[in-house]
Design a protein around this ligand. Structure first.
Ligand SMILES: NC(=O)c1ccc[n+]([C@@H]2O[C@H](COP(=O)([O-])OP(=O)(O)OC[C@H]3O[C@@H](n4cnc5c(N)ncnc54)[C@H](O)[C@@H]3O)[C@@H](O)[C@H]2O)c1
Length: 367
């Protein structure tokens, strides 16, 4: 079998973890591989995924081999696989558009994006790189709030005739007009906004589901998150946040028996703490009523390294996208989207989404 050829837009912390993972699992076997939901999907192991093209706009990354760029500042995630061989794939200058928030200028270089002086790529340039590289799908890792940049890369994927995995919360798979564009070209799309392997969203959803199943009325909840990576720095600009808040809040609301009034649910990124780097801390509180209207509450603190947590899911999304390409299935892949993403076009609870995704992998569901 040939490798699955992927292109990545945004060589930040999530891309770093993903690319490290491709080499990390190369020497492992099914029995000693920790941290994967599936060892193989459609016969593909993690190391059967190959990055053939990459785009970024930071001068410390553009023009570098991806094996070097993934460790360049301001990336700050855990290095669990330091010896990445040179891949022979250089990071191409992308199109900046709204990828860089103005407020970042106030921060030291090691924390923020610094744009490259190279000429920006046009859509034609990006499409040409994608076509020449043989990429079968493009993964979008733009910063939150990059509405124009995310759509630019989605458009490039359409034009290049390849699949698209939208890991961030600009709504593309869950926007009917965009979904239709992929459907018309018979190209698979999985989105939007990757749901981490064991992160705040899946934990909050699971507990909310438990409240429902045990007959406890949830009355109020919050999920406060802090972190010190560029994702959290970027999200200090509240004007970029609206789709992230919608995505994270809907992920919880959608599993509740009765939706909470807006004033009784608060879910979102809460602060930027530089020394936390890629460690994300989630403080979660749920208040409810038990038998006899008697009040109860639960508080939970979750500490995770943010980016490997996303890569553990992206690695399955890539292989599901490949299956769709092999089966000539285009448009939204509803089952993988509902299991892997926070804001899919259609929400299912995680038990259902898990079964649907396994059915899709087995070939018992079309999408
Ligand atoms: N870590 C997780 O678990 C997780 C979960 C869900 C969603 N996400 C989302 O995934 C996205 C990526 O996260 P990350 O932690 O890798 O972010 P990051 O800030 O580390 O990386 C973003 C990268 O995009 C580059 N970039 C900015 N504008 C660009 C443009 N116009 N063209 C090309 N490159 C550009 C930056 O230089 C940087 O390298 C974010 O939107 C984040 O919210 C992450």
């Amino acid at each position: 079998m040939e490798n699955i050829k992927i292109a990545i837009a945004g060589i930040g912390n999530c891309a770093s973890s993903l690319i490290q993972g491709l080499d990390y699992y190369r020497d492992k076997t099914e029995t000693d591989a920790i941290g994967l939901m599936h060892w193989t999907i459609g016969g593909y192991q993690p190391s059967d995924i190959e990055v053939v093209a990459a785009f970024d706009i930071d001068k410390r990354k553009v023009g570098k081999d991806i094996s070097e760029a993934i460790f360049a500042e301001p990336n700050c995630t855990d290095v669990f696989c330091p010896d990445i061989p040179v891949k022979g794939v250089k990071v191409t200058m992308g199109s900046i558009l709204d990828g860089v928030s103005e407020h970042m200028t106030d921060y030291e270089d090691k924390y923020k994006f610094i744009t490259s002086d190279e000429n920006e790529s046009t859509k034609d340039d990006v499409v040409q790189v994608l076509k020449e590289s043989g990429a079968e799908m493009l993964l979008n890792f733009m910063p939150v709030g990059s509405e124009k940049a995310a759509r630019f890369y989605a458009d490039c994927a359409l034009e290049a005739g390849i699949g698209f995995i939208n890991n961030m919360p600009v709504f593309i798979a869950s926007n009917p007009e965009w979904a239709q564009k992929f459907e018309e070209k018979n190209l698979p799309i999985i989105g939007d906004d990757i749901k981490a392997q064991l992160g705040a969203t899946i934990t909050h959803r699971t507990l909310a589901d438990l409240f429902s199943k045990r007959g406890v009325k949830l009355e109020k909840t919050y999920q406060l998150n802090t972190g010190g990576n560029t994702d959290f720095l970027n999200m200090l600009n509240r004007s970029r946040l609206s789709s992230k808040k919608t995505s994270k809040t809907e992920a919880v609301q959608s599993v509740l028996k009765d939706r909470l009034d807006d004033e009784n649910i608060h879910v979102g990124p809460s602060d930027y703490v530089p020394w936390q780097k890629d460690n994300k801390i989630c403080f979660l509180r749920m208040e409810g009523k038990l038998f006899g209207d008697v009040p109860m509450n639960i508080e939970l603190r979750l500490s995770v390294e943010d980016s490997p947590n996303s890569a553990g899911v992206v690695i399955d999304a890539i292989r599901c996208c490949k299956l769709a390409l092999e089966r000539d299935t285009g448009g939204v892949l509803y089952s993988p989207a509902s299991y892997f993403m926070k804001h899919p076009p259609k929400q299912y609870n995680d038990d259902e989404a898990f079964l649907m995704t396994n059915d899709f992998i087995e070939g018992n569901r079309d999408n």
